[in-house]
Design a protein around this ligand. Structure first.
Ligand SMILES: [Cu+2]
Length: 263
């Protein structure tokens, strides 16, 4: 009987140690539900997973995009805090029925990380359409890329909870391509020094707020989260783990004493 209890206590101890010691933020996934902008009809999901080597894995599945052409996509937000949201029709400040990137940026912030298919990921690649994913003939876009720690801008992992996934590219005149006839020239692109980019290519098509976010390596803690927070759980779970381990140790001691007393 005593032997059985002893084994049980040791087993419980091992389980608790294994559960308690795993890194708090590695392999943590935050998700964003992509919702349409500009009546694009785009829906989808984006998941951002912090890998255990300090990188980030991004997986996006979207549908309803203009088929057969590339769609610029980015993580918008900032490392300086701030409260970002996805834009609504109310952000169409000039009332022309189209939400431009400039109008929407008041809600979702600037391009922080360009979700390209290869190479550079800085905001400079924000409109590198030759390195952006292309929607298939049905308007589906499936994207995945794992970025190493070196490829991530400082502060991205810490501020995932303040970020947004935005996809761009709409077809205002329904001719299957980005052209000036649809909505004119992109002043957003012009301001970046790129001439001749149609506004259709830069207007937002979908936006998703990151939820279930945590602050993996944040020194401040208490970062506001967009939804069910795992960071809020981490500390109590760890504390309960430590308490249980202590209780188990106490139990172990008592069992051993009982064993000794029986002799
Ligand atoms: Cu963007």
């Amino acid at each position: 009987m005593v032997k059985f209890r002893f084994c049980f206590v040791v087993l419980a101890l091992l389980v608790l140690m294994l559960a308690g010691v795993s890194p708090g933020w590695a392999d943590t996934t935050v998700t964003a539900k992509l919702k349409e902008s500009n009546h694009s009809g785009v829906t989808g999901t984006a998941s951002l997973t912090a890998t255990d080597d300090g990188g980030l894995r991004v997986v996006i599945h979207a549908r309803g995009l203009v088929p057969g052409i590339p769609h610029a996509q980015h993580i918008h937000g900032s490392t300086g805090g701030g409260h970002y949201m996805c834009p609504s029709a109310a952000d169409d400040t000039n009332g022309d029925g189209l939400l431009t990137n400039e109008e929407a940026a008041g809600e979702y912030g600037n391009v922080f990380f360009a979700l390209t298919t290869r190479g550079d990921t800085s905001p400079k690649s924000g409109l590198a359409l030759n390195r952006m994913p292309v929607a298939d003939a049905s308007g589906h876009l499936d994207y995945q890329r794992t970025f190493s720690a070196d490829e991530l801008p400082k502060g991205l992992l810490e501020h995932l909870s303040q970020s947004h996934v935005v996809q761009h590219g709409i077809d205002v005149n329904h001719n299957g391509r980005y052209d000036m006839a649809g909505a004119g020239v992109s002043t957003f692109a012009q301001n970046l020094g790129l001439n001749g980019v149609p506004e259709e290519a830069t207007d937002p098509a979908s936006c998703g707020v990151v939820t279930g976010a945590m602050a993996p390596m944040s020194p401040h803690g208490g970062v506001e989260t967009g939804g069910g927070s795992s960071s809020a759980l981490d500390l109590p779970v760890a504390a309960v783990g430590v308490l249980l381990v202590l209780a188990s140790l106490l139990g172990l001691l008592m069992v051993r004493r009982g064993h000794a007393a029986q002799r």
